[in-house]
Write a protein that binds this ligand. Structure first.
Ligand SMILES: Cc1ncc(COP(=O)(O)O)c(C=O)c1O
Length: 372
C-alpha cells in the first residue's frame, strides 16, 4: 500500500548540495577573470584541501572516478596484479582496477561496520578501502599491508580516525575524494587525491594532463608525452567553488552528524528499523549516507518514493552487475553483503534538511512500516 504525497509538499531528495552566495561570488570572480582552466584557482583549492586534511600534496581531478583511475596508474597497478575492494560500493571503486587491466577481487563486508572485512584482506597488490557511508575503515586492523593502499573516501571528507583526518594518508598511499553534489562538499563534478608521496603526486599530475612533461630548456613551447595520459583536469570554475565550499566543511559535516543523531533518536524505538553503524570513540563519521535496514525493503522504498521521499539504495553489490557477473563472481560468495543489500535503504541526509523535513521522512517511514 502506498502513502500518498500531499500535493502542496515538495519532494525531499536523499542528498543535495548546499551552495550559498559566497560560493556563487567565488565562481563569478573566476568567470570574470583570466583563467577558466589551468589557472591559479586549482592550485589554491589543492593547497586548501591538503591543509584541511593534513596531507603534503593534493591533485584535483574532473571526477572521483578519474582520480581513482589516476591512483591506479600512478601506483603502477596493471595486468597480472590483484586489487581488492568492498563489494558494497559504487562500481567506480572496482572499475578503476579494470581500467588499468588489473584483476579485481572482492572481500565480503563486516556486518558491524558495513565496510570491507579488513581482517580478511590478503594476497593482493592493492587495496581500495572504501569508507562506506562516511564511516572510516579501520586500517590498523590490516593484517598484511598490500604494496598499495588507496582510500576511497568519496563518502568521507570531513571524517576522522584516531590517526587524524581522513585524507592525511597516515596508513595509506593515496586518498581519493569526490565532489559530486551529494557529497560533503561539491564542485559540480570533481575529485581529488591527497598523498604524502612526492613521486606519486608528480605522476598523478602528469596522468591528469595527457602524460605531458614540459621541457623549457628545449624551448618554451616544448613538451613531451611520456605516457598515455588523459584529460582529467578540473576547471578553475569548479576549483573556486571547491575552495569556497571547503570553508564550510566542518559545519556541513557537523550538521550531517546532528541530523544522524536525531534520526537515531527518532527511530531508536522501532524494532523494525536497523540503524546504521556509528563511529567508534576517537573517530568522527562523515555521514554522507544514513543507510537503515528494513524488512520488505522494496515495498517500503516504493511507498516512501510515492510519498515524495527520495530514499535510495546504496548499493547494488558490484559483483551483481553484469560486467562483473560475467567475470564469474557469485552472490553466494558474499553472504554478509547479500544480507545487508536485502534491507538497505538510505534516508535523506544533507545539511539543508530541516527538522520538519526529517520529521516527515520519519512519519512516512513509520507509516510504511506499519502497513507491512
Ligand atoms: C564510493 C565511491 N567511489 C567513487 C565514486 C566516484 O566519484 P565520482 O562520481 O566523482 O566520479 C563514488 C561516487 O558516487 C562513490 O560513491
Amino acid at each position: 500500500m502506498l502513502v500518498e504525497m500531499p500535493s502542496d509538499v515538495a519532494p525531499i531528495p536523499y542528498g543535495r548540495q548546499c551552495v550559498d552566495e559566497a560560493d556563487v561570488a567565488a565562481v563569478v570572480r573566476v568567470l570574470r577573470g583570466e583563467w577558466l582552466t589551468q589557472g591559479p584557482a586549482i592550485e589554491a583549492f589543492e593547497t586548501a584541501l591538503a591543509n584541511k586534511v593534513n596531507a603534503k600534496y593534493c591533485v584535483a581531478f574532473s571526477s572521483g572516478t578519474a582520480a581513482l583511475h589516476a591512483a591506479m596508474a600512478a601506483a603502477k597497478i596493471g595486468p597480472g596484479q590483484r586489487v581488492v575492494t568492498s563489494p558494497l560500493s559504487f562500481a567506480a571503486s572496482a572499475n578503476c582496477a579494470r581500467y588499468v587491466g588489473a584483476d579485481i577481487a572482492f572481500v565480503d563486508i563486516d556486518p558491524k561496520t558495513l565496510n570491507i572485512n579488513i581482517n580478511a584482506v590478503a594476497d593482493c597488490d592493492a587495496l581500495v578501502a572504501v569508507h562506506y557511508a562516511g564511516l572510516p575503515v579501520n586500517l590498523r586492523h590490516l593484517r598484511e599491508r598490500p604494496r598499495i593502499v588507496i582510500e576511497d573516501a568519496a563518502h568521507a571528507l570531513g571524517a576522522m580516525t584516531p590517526d587524524g583526518p581522513v585524507g592525511n594518508c597516515a596508513r595509506s598511499d593515496m586518498c581519493v575524494f569526490s565532489f559530486h553534489p551529494v557529497k560533503a562538499i561539491t564542485t559540480g563534478e570533481g575529485g581529488a587525491i591527497t598523498t604524502n608521496d612526492e613521486e606519486l603526486c608528480n605522476h598523478l599530475r602528469k596522468f591528469r594532463s595527457h602524460g605531458i612533461v614540459r621541457k623549457p630548456e628545449q624551448g618554451d613551447w616544448y613538451y613531451e608525452i611520456e605516457e598515455l595520459g588523459y584529460n582529467y583536469r578540473i576547471t578553475d570554475i569548479q576549483a573556486a567553488l571547491g575552495s569556497s565550499q571547503l570553508e564550510q566543511l566542518g559545519s556541513f559535516v557537523g550538521m550531517r552528524n546532528a541530523l544522524a543523531t536525531r534520526y537515531q533518536q527518532l527511530l531508536g524505538d522501532f524494532s523494525e528499523v536497523e540503524l546504521p553503524p556509528t563511529a567508534p570513540s576517537g573517530s568522527w563519521h562523515g555521514y554522507h549516507l544514513f543507510p537503515i535496514r528494513v524488512a520488505d525493503r522494496r515495498r517500503v522504498f516504493d511507498s516512501m518514493r510515492e510519498a515524495g521521499i527520495g530514499v535510495q539504495v546504496h548499493y547494488v553489490p558490484i559483483y551483481r552487475h553484469p560486467i562483473y557477473a560475467e567475470l564469474g563472481f557469485e552472490s553466494s560468495h558474499f553472504p554478509e553483503t547479500e544480507k545487508a543489500y536485502e534491507g538497505l535503504l538510505s534516508l535523506p541526509l544533507y545539511p539543508l534538511l530541516t527538522k520538519d523535513d526529517q520529521d516527515r521522512v520519519v512519519e512516512v517511514l513509520v507509516t510504511a512500516l506499519s502497513r507491512g
